[in-house]
Design a protein around this ligand. Structure first.
Ligand code: PEP
Ligand code: MG
Length: 756
């Protein structure tokens, strides 16, 4: 008999049992007989979860008296291990396993070989199916697969017959597995708690056994075609990727998507009588088991990619396509994902979204900037997340310490609540600084402005007491729209922002699209071929070529600012002529409006962002044409270090406090001394206390930062004496200490300056 035929024979028999009118216990007794006979095994047993213990529910071969008597805790013995880790065991000699435990009442001492698979219901182990044999032998692959298939059918039988407590199985009651703590890189600091929600939810499999094998086969074929199409499209549009889909990952995706072995194994599982969904899941379970046996971190990484792909295939085949955002958040949630794009994050209801945990992520990726602006803590670079966190788990996220506690113990949760309350107290202290003007100890007024990009952000202006908006990222409106926002829509937003800001200045940056800020409706052939989108056709480069886009925006801004002052800033200026060309587009629109006898802005100030290092070499030429210059340290540092800001592998490699960056920034600051131009920084760097301290020491007097940092930075400013920090920076930059961060930290501590 072929493997598929033998599996099908088991399934057919199971089908009959399932359809029979027997009561649940009778069915389980029958099931163990069928498995034992088909696998020619002396023992077959089923353990099910009851009151947090795995209880022997049915057996053939062990002492019947042990049924409903033998009970094992999660993690106890081989059975407990299988359930706890949700993994398959296949041992020629059971007693050699370090977790082996002998239970005399079962009479199992004569059996040497042991194989067991978890019975999984909604991603949680609710039982274990195992076989034992007198002869010491490992079970064949086909036998293990038959066990896994049976376990899937059993999970359906179990849930249909109330053999397990649904609450318990779903983990709504005390958890089946203990607490776990994962650590990662704090990307947005803060504390949060909520239940785990996967950005791409796992598919629930409702039917395991196929009604018609041919139909299932066709469904899988079609799903494979669609998945391959999607992967090919992703590869072709790598420049519009969502952060994590880097070339290497895409290559692996492609390799798996076209892997004939994978398709064949799924087909075999369908031959055995499973539905398309169950077949994909069964093959995946088997692959998981095989990969766990190979202890190679590189392969484990690839396993994640295969998991992603299998989940994608499952979603296609089952039609469950939406992300968790589409389904809506029902409770306070901690979002769990491999990576996200900024637009994807913005789809979530910000009232329910309390925190984000990512397997990837980097400090200056736009999704992180958006999260920071939303005040949502983010922990990134967490390894092995999917093996630990399950949908619905409670998570305490401490993005200050860089940890997340999953399924916390009561005492840990209480301690967390205390810290949470303390951090709120601290926020209350910052809130008191709202109306306090940030003067340094020596009496210099520092401009502390905030960055914004969405209508909802504007309310922060009063909440944190910023001096204005130093960077309004106009492209965010483009990112959250399904189509290109029309002039009227742009105008309304800009007008609302100006209304809310009142007398305080707002610096509107013209669209900076491209890189990790992908807008599908603005694709072009040029961008399709960008190998490195951050250095490619983006920002001002794109805007100057798509002049219509810039014209529309110029008109919207000029009209929105009628009768008031307008500040316009151009991103990614690399040479002075680009600034001139962009300004000319505005002047042309201004002339047009004048011709129409419209009320013009009272004053217009034009500025540039310094993000491309080349511009620093020609600042003397550009400065006379500028009203202000704002250093975008996010992009500048990625170009200085040739380190993609969205690449998680480089997230921790370079420090903003490295001498190379600080010397470069000092050079820019010095180039503006005595010139009639306002200088500021609007990258994420300025929102961090130690970095801000360094910037003050380099001569920067205006910082535009994320709203949550306004309080902490005001607090810092009030403790600083500019001469002292300037002298210290001068000394350090001529002869840099081995660790600038440590030196600055010590320097601050010696003066009693609080820095986080
Ligand atoms: C920067 O590059 O520093 C910046 C502020 O712009 P963005 O982060 O939007 O690219
Ligand atoms: Mg930038």
């Amino acid at each position: 008999m072929t493997a598929a035929a033998s599996a099908r024979s088991i399934l057919t028999q199971l089908h009959e049992v399932m359809a029979s009118r027997m009561h649940a216990q009778g069915k389980l007794d029958k099931v163990v007989d069928i498995i034992a006979e088909n696998l020619d095994s002396e023992v077959c047993s089923i353990y099910l979860l009851r009151e947090q213990m795995l209880e022997l529910f049915a057996t053939r071969g062990l002492n019947k008296a042990a049924v409903h008597v033998t009970r094992l805790a999660m993690g106890e013995g081989l059975t407990g291990n299988i359930a706890d880790k949700i993994e398959t065991l296949n041992l020629a000699e059971a007693a050699t396993h370090p977790d082996f435990q002998y239970r005399p009442e079962t009479g199992e001492e004569k059996f040497h070989s042991f194989a067991g698979v978890p019975i999984v219901y909604r991603e949680r182990a609710v039982g274990v199916l195992c076989v034992q044999h007198v002869e010491p032998r490992r079970y064949e692959d086909v036998e293990i697969e038959a066990l896994q298939t049976t376990a899937m059918v059993l999970s359906e039988l179990i849930s249909n017959n109330d053999l397990i407590d649904e609450q318990e199985a779903l983990g709504l009651a005390p958890e089946q597995t203990g607490p776990a703590t994962v650590s990662g890189l704090p990307l947005v600091k803060g504390l949060a708690s909520g239940t785990a929600v996967y950005h791409q939810p796992r598919v629930t499999i409702d039917q395991v056994m196929a009604d018609d094998i041919e139909v299932e086969r066709q469904r899988v074929y079609r799903a494979f075609d669609r998945m391959r199409e999607q992967i090919d499209n992703m590869t072709n549009q790598a420049e519009f990727r969502t952060g994590g889909e880097h070339e290497e990952v895409l290559k692996t995706y492609k390799m798996f998507a076209y892997d004939e072995g994978w398709g064949r194994r799924i087909n075999e599982a369908i031959d055995a009588g499973l539905t398309a969904e169950a077949a994909i899941e069964r093959v995946q379970q088997h692959t998981r088991m095989r990969m766990r046996e190979i202890d190679d971190p590189l392969l484990q990484d690839r396993m994640h990619d295969l998991e992603d792909l299998a989940n994608r295939l499952l979603r296609i085949v089952s039609g469950q396509l939406g992300t968790a955002a589409t389904q809506g958040l029902r409770r306070d949630a901690i979002l769990v994902a491999k990576n996200l794009g900024p637009a994807e994050l913005l789809e979530y209801d910000s009232r329910r979204l309390k925190g984000v945990v990512l397997e990837e992520g980097s400090l200056t990726a736009h999704v992180v900037i958006v999260a920071r602006a939303m005040g949502v803590p983010v922990l990134g670079r967490v390894r092995g997340l999917r093996g630990i966190v399950r949908e619905g788990d409670e998570i305490l996220l401490d993005a200050n310490a860089g940890t997340a506690t999953v399924r916390p113990a009561q005492s840990v949760a209480e301690a967390f609540d205390t810290r949470f309350a303390k951090s709120k107290e601290k926020q209350a202290v910052y809130a008191k600084l709202r109306d306090v003007e940030p003067f340094t100890r020596c009496g210099t007024r520092i401009q502390v402005m905030m960055n914004a990009g969405l209508r909802d952000d504007i309310s922060n202006l009063n909440l944190v007491g910023a001096d204005g908006i130093g960077l309004f990222r106009t492209e965010f409106q483009f990112l959250v729209s399904a189509t290109l926002p029309q002039r009227e829509k742009q105008l309304r937003l800009y007008r609302d922002v100006l209304d809310a800001a009142g007398d305080r200045p707002v610096i509107f940056r013209t669209v900076d699209i491209g890189g990790d800020k992908a807008v599908p409706y603005l694709r072009s052939d040029e961008a399709e071929n960008d190998e490195n989108p951050a250095m490619g056709w983006r920002a001002l480069r794109l805007a100057l070529e798509r002049e219509g886009l810039l014209k529309v925006q110029a008109r919207a801004l000029l009209e929105a600012a009628s009768g008031r002052s307008l500040n316009v800033m151009f991103p990614m200026v690399s040479e002075p002529w680009e600034f001139d060309a962009a300004k000319a587009v505005f002047e042309e629109q201004l002339a047009y409006l004048k011709g129409q006898r419209k009320v013009l802005p009272e004053s217009i100030r034009y500025g540039a962002m310094l993000e491309v290092p080349a511009l620093a070499e020609v600042l003397d030429l550009l400065i006379p044409r500028l009203s202000f210059l704002s250093v975008g340290t996010n992009d500048l540092t990625q170009f200085l270090f040739a380190a993609d800001r969205a690449n998680p592998k480089l997230a921790e490699r370079y420090d903003w406090l490295s001498p190379a960056i600080l010397r470069f920034l000092r050079r820019i600051a010095q180039a503006t001394v005595g010139r009639d131009v306002d200088l500021g920084v609007c990258g994420e760097m300025g929102g961090r206390q130690l970095e801000a301290l360094a910037l003050l020491g380099l001569g920067f007097r205006r910082l535009s930062i994320t709203p949550v940092s306004v309080g902490p930075i005001k607090e810092l400013v009030r403790q600083v004496d500019l001469k002292e920090i300037t002298d210290a920076m001068t000394a350090w930059l001529s002869s840099p200490p081995p660790d600038m961060r440590a030196a600055l930290g010590d320097w601050a501590a010696e003066r009693g300056i609080n820095v986080d």
